[in-house]
Design a protein around this ligand. Structure first.
Ligand SMILES: *Cc1c(COP(=O)(O)O)cnc(C)c1O
Length: 391
């Protein structure tokens, strides 16, 4: 047999790193329904509870009746519809940038932007804890690729100083770090970048919709939106639908349309998804109660978990990880919480660094006060499983 795949699978199993999928039997939201019953869902990215909001569902149904299901082609061939265009215009307005461009996924948006802008004569500088799609994009671009220490502008400056010969320099960071929940210090990163004629790209998958006025995102929340030439947001998290976008200048967007291969060579999102996302975007902007409710749940959780003696990470966002350490311990904690009716999957290396396996608890405006109380009661019962957890 030319390919012996079994040893790597066996090794993964032995390491407690074997991934298994759960099969959901109902809509995403407050609860998850699996084969063995209904659980409170504390691991989706549906931060505002929009994934199954009735107006969003109705918009999808109406647009599908009118436009069918598939877009039929890529944007540049004939797949770009009125619904896509309207959504791009609304996203640009929401972010306060001249234009926005839809991508079929966030992974592809990151790959598309970095490989369209950067090449062999350039330098890409990334935070060590950036999302895998950004790391992959930096590597695939062919540029000189360097990582700086997490949220450390001095480490970034040192890397920028070593990149003197590069034609272009791009600093890339998550706005909110996906596995830790902390925010990038954008003003300080912009200071460092601007001093070296570098551009800053922010992947705001976890900030867009949740932070800033009207959910305009992490740069808006930190007052630096005008200093971020490349802003990327996803639609599958707080907006509850699917897809992603990049926002920036007219020249940036035209450059992506001409040169971003993951934009050009893929089928456009279904128009009905774009239409539903337009409704979701409007709700995101108008319904500040969703952000207020989420903030109340975050506060409730942090106070309760600290009172139980859990060490929390420095996160003010919906992402509230409990770092456990070993992979086996993270799986055991996940299993115990599941017995108490709470679904939280264990996140293990290589998604997070070695020795920092964790439960990535996520809160949502879909959660009620009693739901977080139930999670806290489960955590009280599981306290013995985490001896000296600290981040
Ligand atoms: C989820 C995520 C992505 C990928 O977005 P998809 O639309 O799911 O492909 C990119 N960056 C970050 C930080 C993410 O959390």
């Amino acid at each position: 047999m030319p390919f012996d795949l079994a040893p790597a699978l066996a090794e993964r199993r032995a390491q407690h790193r074997y991934r298994q999928r759960l099969t959901q039997e109902a809509a995403v939201g407050r609860q998850a329904r699996l084969g063995d019953g209904t659980l409170l869902n504390f691991c989706s990215n549906d931060y505002l509870g929009l994934a199954s909001a009735p107006p969003v569902i109705e918009a999808l149904q109406a647009a599908a009746s009118e436009y069918g299901v598939g877009s039929g082609a890529s944007h540049l061939v004939c797949g770009h519809s009125r619904h896509h265009q309207a959504l791009e215009d609304a996203l640009a307005a929401a972010i306060g940038q001249p234009r926005a461009l839809l991508f079929s996924t966030g992974y592809m948006a990151n790959l598309g932007v970095i490989s369209a802008l950067m090449g062999a004569h350039d330098a890409v500088l990334e935070d060590r804890l950036n999302h895998a799609s950004l790391i992959d994009a930096g590597l695939a671009s062919g540029a000189r690729f360097r990582r700086y220490r997490h949220n450390d502008p001095a480490s970034l400056t040192a890397q920028l100083e070593k990149s003197g010969a590069a034609r272009r320099r791009l600093v890339v960071t998550d706005g909110i770090f996906s596995m830790d929940g902390d925010a990038a210090p954008l003003a300080a990163l912009c200071d460092a970048a601007e001093a070296h004629d570098a551009w800053v790209m922010v992947d705001d998958a976890h900030g867009f919709g949740v932070l800033g006025p009207g959910g305009a995102g992490t740069p808006a929340a930190q007052g630096v939106a005008g200093r971020i030439p490349v802003y990327m947001g996803t639609l599958g998290k707080a907006l509850g639908t699917f897809g992603a976008f990049v926002a920036g200048s007219d020249e940036l967007i035209e450059t992506l349309i001409q040169f971003a291969r993951p934009y050009i060579y893929t089928t456009a999102l279904p128009p009905a998804v774009a239409a539903a996302t337009g409704v979701s975007l409007a709700l995101m902007q108008q319904d500040s109660w969703r952000r207020d409710k989420l903030a109340a749940r975050i506060d409730q959780f942090r106070h309760g978990a600290a009172a139980l003696g859990y060490t929390l990470m420095d996160s003010a966002t919906a992402i509230q990880p409990l770092v456990v350490g070993s992979d086996a311990a993270a799986l055991a904690l996940s299993e115990r919480l599941r017995q108490h009716g709470c679904l939280i999957s264990a996140i293990r290396p290589p998604t997070v660094p070695e020795g920092t396996a964790r439960l990535r608890i996520t809160l949502s405006a879909a959660h009620e006060h009693e739901d977080v109380e139930r999670l806290l009661a489960a955590l009280a019962d599981a306290r013995d499983l985490i001896p000296e957890a600290s981040p």
